[in-house]
Ligand binder design. Structure first.
Ligand code: GLN
Length: 475
């Protein structure tokens, strides 16, 4: 079974047409985990006992011709999705013994669709980070070059898909955490419109920024999963009751006449690597050759976006992490890692009497300006295109002692969370054998357009077929 070269769509088809069984597929994923997890640190928990049992059940349903969208498909979840009776640590030592009594809404939807939860993936503790190195456990490594980071905070979820340890995965994206690891691991990653997918049962980071998302090899696979998880949930007061389009039906439509903006502030951004710039320019030319209309646009408040993010997000974090005081559950606060402590202190300071107006309130006002920048541009532009990250995946350890330079890896992705709009990262080539991602951004609830553009591009370049060198000939 060539699982590494197989997409989610291929696997769904193969199970239905009896080319292999769910037991065989799940066993192949488990074998791959056994072979590479010690080196790559992808999973915090492997659901080994249940996986084969569930695969067996799926096989008997498949034999009866039952059709569910994910029947018998192994999926991995970031370790901050609450899973009934399955350890959920959020990558932290504080709750290293927390076994939830219920499933997050998204997990429930996956199970209902027939998916098999193969395990819980490693991440920066609580979602704080861009590299995976803030995990309270071992940092995950990039399978395209194991001396480099896979991107964070959903580090394990990205590597699990890139290495064939599962067929798709979930992450969460508060400022970068689906799109950056997707870009660094040659995957497609969606950051939804705020409120489009339920956050119920997700351990929160910064509640007004948090979104859940999926990582897959292809655009079609991503749209397919999004159809399953998007939608209103009465258990999440911020989820929105707007009908969910059939995203996969937009895949394959041409993009002639679609107006794509290139924000000039992003083109001029400091620290963008030459190779990243080149690959982005190539992708823009490709989109133009497909009939898109390319134009320059301006997002004038881009230069203050990171400052705004790093006031508002730590403020919400300091409030959300206050519940982990060791009284009701979890360990004492001295178990928090360095990054969590840094954010609790920053946030507490920004919210404290005497500083609130100067920091929190000002940043909240700036947030509105950033949101308006996007709204203005979208008056006569359908979507924006820019790199997902200014650099290729960096070396482990390169930025750990310099949090500011780590924060700047997110310069192109964080503004999207500030504005609550959707962003999709897709592979756009390799620089020195390292994956580079392209981000496509649109107005609220325009995910179908993002998939449409992304799929059109993917038809010219099937970068997803380039599997990590570590795995070539080994599986
Ligand atoms: N890298 C960003 C941060 O550390 C975003 C993380 C995320 O999206 N969870 O805040």
């Amino acid at each position: 079974m060539d699982i590494l070269n197989s997409t989610l769509k291929d696997a769904v088809h193969a199970l239905r047409t009896k080319q292999y069984t769910s037991c065989e597929l799940a066993q192949t994923c488990l074998d791959t985990i056994k072979k590479f997890d010690k080196q790559l640190h992808v999973f915090l928990t492997v659901n080994e006992e249940n996986v084969l049992k569930e695969a067996k059940t799926a096989d008997s349903l498949l034999a009866k011709g039952v059709e569910k969208p994910l029947l018998g498909i192994p999926i991995a979840l970031k370790d901050l999705y609450s899973t009934e009776n399955l350890l959920t640590t959020a990558g932290s030592k504080i709750i290293d013994n927390y076994v939830p009594a219920y499933d997050a809404t998204v997990v429930g939807k996956y199970k209902k669709a027939g998916a098999i939860i193969i395990g819980k993936t490693n991440e920066d503790a609580w979602g704080h980070g861009s590299s995976g190195e803030n995990s309270d456990y071992e940092p995950t490594r990039n399978p395209y070059d194991t001396s480099r980071v896979p991107g964070g905070s959903s580090s394990g979820s990205a590597v699990a898909v890139a290495t064939g340890m599962c067929m798709a995965s979930t992450g969460t994206d508060t400022g970068s955490s689906v799109r950056l690891p997707a870009a660094y691991c040659n995957l497609v990653g969606i950051k939804p419109t705020y409120g489009r997918v339920s956050r119920y049962g997700i351990i929160p980071m910064a509640s007004s920024f948090d979104t859940i998302g999926h990582m897959t090899k292809t655009v079609y696979d991503n749209a397919y999963l999004y159809e399953i998880t998007a939608g209103y949930d009465p258990k999440d007061a911020t989820s929105v009751d707007i009908p969910v389009p059939k995203y996969t039906s937009f895949v394959g439509k041409d993009i002639k006449g679609i107006k794509i903006g290139i924000p000039k502030e992003y083109v001029q951004a400091p620290g963008m690597q030459k190779e990243v710039r080149k690959l982005t320019e190539n992708a823009i030319k490709d989109l133009e050759s497909l009939g898109a209309i390319i134009k320059e646009v301006s997002l004038p408040h881009t230069d203050v976006a990171m400052a705004c993010y790093y006031i508002l997000v730590p403020s919400e974090i300091s409030s959300n992490l206050a519940r982990f005081d060791g009284v009701r559950f979890g360990h004492l606060r001295d178990q928090f890692g360095a990054e969590a402590k840094r954010r609790i202190m920053l946030g507490t300071h920004a919210l404290s009497a005497g500083y609130y107006d100067a920091f929190y309130k000002k940043a909240a006002q700036v947030r509105t300006l950033i949101k308006q920048d996007f709204e203005n541009v979208f008056q006569d532009t359908d979507a924006l295109v820019m790199p997902s990250s200014p650099t290729v995946p960096f070396k482990l350890g390169e930025k750990v002692s310099d949090p500011l330079s780590m924060y700047l890896s997110d310069i192109f992705v964080c503004p999207v969370n500030i504005a609550g709009i959707p962003g999709l990262s897709i592979p756009c080539g390799f620089a020195d054998h390292l994956p580079v991602g392209l981000q496509i951004v649109g107005p609220q609830f325009s995910e179908e357009r993002l998939y449409q553009i992304a799929y059109a591009y993917e038809q010219i370049h099937e970068w997803y077929r380039e599997i990590p060198s570590l795995l070539k000939d080994k599986i």
